[in-house]
Write a protein that binds this ligand. Structure first.
Ligand code: 5RP
Length: 309
């Protein structure tokens, strides 16, 4: 249980952001390399980090904006290529739902944010209470696209009831435009994230469901609340980061399961038919070592004496 520090009766959104920025320091391990997001809340966090004097090996930054701010404070910025993993990534959000899924990209840094979040074991979201929503989508969903794909992607969103508008005068750190999609009600964030990721020309969709927050420090008038979300999705599938020498987890696809079950059923039916034939004298008696097909439904070699089918 968090100790709730009483706050003044009225606080600006900016002050709430500063509060959560300071609270996030508790999640930073001195001497570590840290993942750092982008935005006005993260700016507060960077300022608090610098003011704290905590020694840090470095920070992997998610934007030119954060890189500049980190460096201005004398904090070392490390390239993503220099680290294999990070224990913590700290970033803001435009919206966060009750499962820790987020809309991000209001500041246009969504692609690098997802890359750095993917390196981290834990995403700590820092946000003021206005960002907490029951269902994502009231905030227009940012989608970074290859310029040529802007219209086709906008048409696809229109089919889903979304109104995609080009963010005027904005080019990301990666040189791409951004579409802001209005009018969506994202009831299943992982499904929509997966779907949009398939569309040709989409660089990054601003749904962070696969990379959702494990913890959210929410700035409220009653103090900073710590929301902890249960981990239903594994951030790193086994093939992405296998342990040395560890076997890869067996896939559990329902399609394969169905195929195995059908093969088993077929084998059972064949056996029953054979038994009935034998009983009726249409087949010679079964050999002692009657071999059976493999469990995966591979048919057994026909025993000697069995007439060709
Ligand atoms: C930037 C982001 C930001 O985290 C998001 O826009 C929240 O920003 P702020 O802290 O300024 O409210 O995703 O791409």
């Amino acid at each position: 249980m968090d100790a709730i520090v009483p706050q003044p009766l009225s606080m600006t959104q900016d002050e709430l952001k500063a509060e959560v920025g300071r609270a996030a320091l508790a999640y930073v391990t001195p001497g570590s390399v840290l993942g750092v997001g982008t935005g006005s809340t993260v700016d507060k966090f960077i300022d608090a980090l610098a003011a704290s004097g905590m020694p840090l090996a470095g920070a992997v930054s998610s934007s030119e904006r954060s890189t500049q701010r980190l460096r201005a404070h004398g904090l070392r910025v490390v390239e993503a290529a220099e680290v294999e993993s990070l224990s913590v990534y700290i970033d803001g959000a435009d919206e966060i739902d009750g499962r820790g899924c987020m809309i991000k990209g209001g500041g246009g840094a969504l692609t690098r944010e997802k890359i750095v979040a993917d390196l981290a074991e834990r995403f700590v979201c820092i946000a003021d209470a206005s960002k907490q929503v029951p269902v994502l989508g009231a905030y227009p969903l940012p989608v970074e696209v290859i310029e040529m794909a802007a219209s086709p992607v906008a048409r696809r969103f229109a089919q889903l009831g979304g109104d995609a508008r080009l963010r005027a005068g904005v080019v990301t750190d990666n040189g791409h435009p951004i579409l802001d999609v209005h009018g969506l009600r994202i009831t299943d964030p992982p499904a929509l994230e997966t779907e949009v990721n398939q569309w040709p020309g989409v660089v990054t969709v601003g749904i962070f469901a696969r990379h959702r927050a494990q913890v959210c420090l929410l700035g409220t008038l009653q103090g900073v609340q710590t929301l902890v979300f249960s981990c239903r999705w594994r951030r790193h599938s086994p093939p992405h980061r296998p342990q040395q020498g560890a076997p890869l987890a067996k896939p559990n696809y329902s399609f394969e399961k169905r195929q195995r079950e059908q093969a088993k059923k077929k084998k059972k039916e064949e056996k029953e038919r054979e038994k009935a034939l034998r009983k009726a004298g249409g087949l010679p008696p079964a050999p002692d070592d009657e071999s059976e097909g493999a469990d995966d439904g591979t048919p057994a070699p026909a025993p000697a004496g069995r007439p060709p089918a």
